[in-house]
Every structure is written in structure tokens, then in C-alpha cells.
Design a protein around this ligand. Structure first.
Ligand SMILES: O=C(O)CCC(=O)C(=O)O
Length: 536
């Protein structure tokens, strides 16, 4: 983080004074005679109105409409007169992100802020304020409790006391009356997990963001009563976007001890120094900060309560993680072709206290030759777990229902032209063929998709159910079976044809780059049956 900033409010002159009261760590203090706009630019603060849907230049280009997605969403969209019109632009993943961070441009965001430093967007647009409030509010909890919520799994109730997190969860099912008692009288913060499971608009936003980032996007809602704090200072392993939905929250951010941290961590107040940012977030404001940023937040006295939504992404998405992911496959392939890699280790290597410089040298040589071979290899890198994890755990397309999964339109013939449906929710991977019977390890081309993913379990994992551990093996088997159904595998000879289809082109079945007409038809029928392709 290279710039220290403090929030200033353009509407209240006196707030500008808080700038001087804040002591940035890096000495990046703007002088008093810099005017507000210049200073805002210097400080990474952007203030503005949201663009009207589809009106702002370059924000919502009509031609970028994603047909399947729009079609399904439009078919099922409820006409809910209580929901305010969305100031976000859902036409494409990029336009959604752009409208979320408006008036900052996505280019500037990724150039100046992403993984680098916090960004505060202060907006005082009443339409945006009421839209943000409609995403989740304190009063939603009553109905959600009726639907059935469990402590621990669906929400936590906690309070920061003397720098420590005091968890105040009760057993089992959440009763609304108890929840309000803890909130009103014990000043507990309610941390609601993954509200996109219940709130359609959050499903829509997060599904678009998952397409935009190509990474899972989770969320939590935090509701904190006045003059109270929920969590002690800590940092997360995710990029976060904080949307202030109701009331106000006071945020303090600190220099990371582990920049771009890969793990969650807490830090005692004594060791974190002075805040680099001291901010009051108001309804409609958005705050971004990179993973590793130490933070704490409290609802000031005199504010009725604060509700904010934390959108988080890019967990386990670093270059290091990719190398960890592809390395086992690379090594296994090399071992098949190189007898040197199959030669035995020196005797007792595993039991000796030091492996010695010769062993290190040998390992370095192997790594160099692996890199050299990879450079010459024309084939794509094979990702084993990261792609699968994303495609099987992301949200399904917005408002996709069981009936949308049935084959669409007429059965394709050789003379028809076909197009892939739900392109954004499909990946092509190369993996060991399910037909492998020996060590030769044949590869197959897998078409994996997320159309049958469950919105109700998005980002919930299975670790929250320790009581079900006995059944774990059985559940794992069932889960594996279910996942296996969410894709099709084809022989490697079909790879070029699949790549062509998945590039989004409209193609005549007869023109697919496959030798046999039967293979062409077999491939398109397989995809058509899964609802992944239609005659167009
Ligand atoms: O509101 C709080 O106490 C902390 C919230 C937080 O850490 C977050 O939203 O990431």
C-alpha cells in the first residue's frame, strides 16, 4: 500500500478537517491548499453519481447482451413492485463490474488499486442508496428466520470485547426473538453467511461477478448495532468489496503485515500501528481493499445500526497456486517419458537430517529441464483442481430452473448450424480418461459445466457439519457421483471440434473438424441432450 488516505465528505465542510487529524504512515499528506477534487484523486477517493442504466458512455453496450443468460433471467424475473430499479448494468459481466465501481473505470481500478491499495467510492445517489438497502436489511431477518436458519452454519452472533472475538451463538435453529435480544441488548453483531442463497438480486450480482473474475465470489452481511464492534483487527485471504447498505460504519485500515496474504489472520491492536485509512462509510458507499489489509470496523454511537455486504473473491488464485495446481500433472507426464526421473533416490535420503547440496542441485536440474520441456510443448497446461473447483462450486446461471436444463429446440442434424448455450458456464479440460485401464494414462477432453450447481449451497462447503462426519465417506461418494454427471467426456480426437464450438462460433455440424459424420453427430447430440447446445 503506497498511499495513505482518509475519507472526506464533500457535503460537510467540517469533515475535511478529519484529513488533518488522520496521521498517514507514509507521510503522504496532501497540503491544505489542494482543492477537494484534486485531493480526492490523490487520495483514491471517488465521489459521484451512478450512471443511469445503459446511458453512460461505454457502460452498457447493447451488443454485449448474453443471450441465454438474459433469456432465462427475463423469463423468470418477478415483477416485484417493492424492488427499486437496479442502477447496476447486468448486460455483461464487464458492464456489471463497471457499474458496480462507477464512476471509477475498470481500467483505472485494475491499474491503480487491484491488489495494490484501498479505494473508497462515496456516492450520495438516493436511487443507489435505496437499491443497496434492498439487497439486504435488518428487517429481512424476521422472514429469513421463518425460512429456517442455523447458528454457525447460516449466521454467527458475536461481539469484539477487549480486542477479542466473543462468539454468542446459541444451539440449533435461530429464533428471531432471541436474535433481536442479542442484537438490541447485548450489542451483538450478526454475521450472515452467503446471503445470495436467499436473495435473488445478490445471486444475480455474484453470478455476473463470478463470470467477470473467473473466480468464486462469496459474501457475508454484517449487521452491527450502534456503538459496537463485531470483530477484532484481522486480515483476510480475499479481495473484498464492502457495500454499505444501511446506516454508517467506521472503518480503520492498517498496513498489511503479510501483503496479499494467503490465509486469514488476526493481529493484536498493539502491533498494528496507526490506521492508514480512517473512514466513515455511508449507505451507498463502496470500499475496496486487497487481501492482507488489516482492518476493523465499528458502528459509531448515535447511528441506529449498520448493515454492510462484503463481496469477496480471488481466494487461492495466485500464480503460486496455479503452479501448485499444474505441477503434479506436469511431473507425472515427464516421469512417463524420462527414465532419469524414475531412477531411485539415494539410500536413506528420507531419514538423513540434511539432504545435502548434491540433492538440491539434482532437484534444481530436474526443475530446469521440466521448464525447458514445457516451453517446447505446444499443448495447453493441464489444470487439475482449480478449474474443477470453480466450475462445480460457482453459482448456476441467474434464475436457471430445472426446466431450462432440458434440451432446447429441434434435434440437430448434419445440415443444421448449432451454437453453444451458457458459454460462460462451460469449461473444457484435459484430464485422464475415465476409460484408463493401465498406467498409460490416456487423456480425454472434458466439457464441464455449472448448470446443475445449487444456488442454495453456494460457498457453504461441507466443513460446517462436523456432526455429519460419520457419513462423510458416503457423502463424498455421492458428491463425486453428482459432480461426474455435470459434464461430458470426449476422446482427444474431438478436441479441435470442441474448441471451435466453445469459441462461440455458429457452426454447421457437417463442417466440424472430425473425420466421421457419426462422430460429428454424436458430439452435438451429447451437448444438445445436456442443454448445452441448440440449433440456431
Ligand atoms: O464489521 C465488522 O466487524 C468486520 C467486517 C469485516 O471484517 C468484513 O466485512 O470483512
Amino acid at each position: 500500500m503506497n498511499t495513505a488516505i482518509c475519507a472526506v465528505n464533500p457535503d460537510q465542510h467540517s469533515d475535511i478537517e478529519t484529513f488533518d487529524a488522520c496521521e498517514p504512515r507514509n507521510g503522504a499528506v496532501a497540503s491544505r491548499d489542494v482543492n477537494f477534487l484534486e485531493r480526492s484523486a490523490l487520495l483514491g477517493i471517488v465521489i459521484g453519481r451512478m450512471p443511469k442504466k445503459g446511458r453512460a458512455a461505454g457502460i452498457c453496450p447493447e451488443e454485449k447482451k448474453e443471450e441465454d443468460h438474459m433469456e432465462v433471467a427475463a423469463k423468470h424475473r418477478k415483477t416485484d413492485s417493492a424492488s427499486p430499479a437496479s442502477p447496476l448494468c447486468f448486460d455483461s459481466p464487464a458492464s456489471l463490474f463497471q457499474s458496480l465501481i462507477s464512476p471509477m473505470t475498470a481500467d483505472e481500478f485494475f491499474r491503480e488499486y487491484w491488489e495494490k491499495k484501498p479505494l473508497l467510492l462515496q456516492r450520495s445517489d438516493p436511487a443507489l442508496v435505496s437499491y443497496y438497502q434492498s439487497l439486504f436489511q435488518l428487517s429481512d431477518l424476521k422472514q429469513l428466520c421463518v425460512q429456517g436458519l442455523e447458528y454457525g452454519q447460516d449466521l454467527n452472533v458475536m461481539r469484539c470485547v477487549n480486542g477479542n472475538k466473543l462468539v454468542m451463538n446459541h444451539e440449533g435453529r435461530v429464533k428471531y426473538s432471541q436474535l433481536r435480544k442479542d442484537f438490541n441488548h447485548k450489542k451483538a453483531t450478526i454475521q450472515f453467511h452467503q446471503p445470495q442463497r436467499f436473495k435473488d438480486e445478490l445471486w444475480h450480482i455474484q453470478e455476473r461477478l463470478e463470470c467477470f473474475f473467473g473466480s468464486l465470489v462469496g459474501s457475508n452481511v454484517y449487521i452491527t448495532p450502534e456503538d459496537s464492534q463485531g470483530l477484532p483487527p484481522h486480515y483476510d485471504d480475499v479481495e473484498v468489496f464492502i457495500l454499505q447498505l444501511e446506516g454508517q460504519k467506521h472503518w480503520r485500515l492498517y498496513e498489511p503485515t503479510v501483503p496479499l496474504a494467503r490465509e486469514f489472520g488476526t493481529e493484536p491492536e498493539e502491533s498494528i500501528g496507526k490506521p492508514t485509512h480512517d473512514i466513515i462509510l455511508k449507505a451507498g458507499d463502496l470500499l475496496y481493499f486487497p487481501r492482507g489489509t488489516i482492518h476493523q470496523a465499528d458502528t459509531p454511537a448515535g447511528v441506529e445500526h449498520s448493515t454492510h455486504l462484503t463481496l469477496s473473491t480471488y481466494q487461492i488464485m495466485s500464480w503460486g497456486d496455479l503452479v501448485l495446481d499444474v505441477f503434479p500433472g506436469l511431473m507425472m507426464d515427464s516421469m512417463k517419458n524420462d527414465i532419469n526421473l524414475r531412477q531411485g533416490l539415494p539410500r536413506n535420503l528420507l531419514t538423513s537430517a540434511h539432504t545435502g547440496s548434491e540433492v538440491k542441485k539434482q532437484v534444481c536440474m530436474i526443475l530446469r529441464s521440466l521448464a525447458a520441456r514445457l516451453e517446447q510443448d505446444e499443448q495447453d497446461l493441464r489444470s487439475s483442481e482449480m478449474r474443477r473447483d470453480f466450475i462445480f462450486n460457482r453459482l448456476p446461471p441467474y434464475h436457471l430452473q430445472e426446466e431450462d436444463l432440458a434440451p432446447v429446440g429441434k434435434l440437430p442434424t448434419l445440415e443444421d448450424s448449432v451454437c453453444v448455450r451458457f458459454r460462460e458456464h462451460i469449461v473444457l479440460t484435459l484430464e485422464p480418461s475415465p476409460d484408463n485401464t493401465d498406467e498409460a494414462m490416456k487423456l480425454a477432453a472434458f466439457v464441464l459445466h455449472s448448470l446443475r450447481n445449487k444456488r442454495e449451497t453456494h460457498m457453504m462447503g461441507s466443513r460446517d457439519h462436523p456432526e455429519e462426519e460419520d457419513d462423510e465417506d458416503e457423502d463424498d461418494d455421492e458428491e463425486e457421483e453428482e459432480k461426474a454427471v455435470q459434464g461430458l467426456d470426449f476422446p482427444m480426437s474431438h478436441l479441435a471440434a470442441l474448441q471451435q464450438l466453445l469459441s462461440g462460433e455458429r457452426l454447421r455440424v457437417a463442417d466440424l473438424p472430425l473425420e466421421q459424420d457419426a462422430d460429428k453427430l454424436g458430439m452435438v447430440l451429447g451437448l444438445w441432450t445436456q442443454g448445452l447446445l441448440q440449433v440456431c
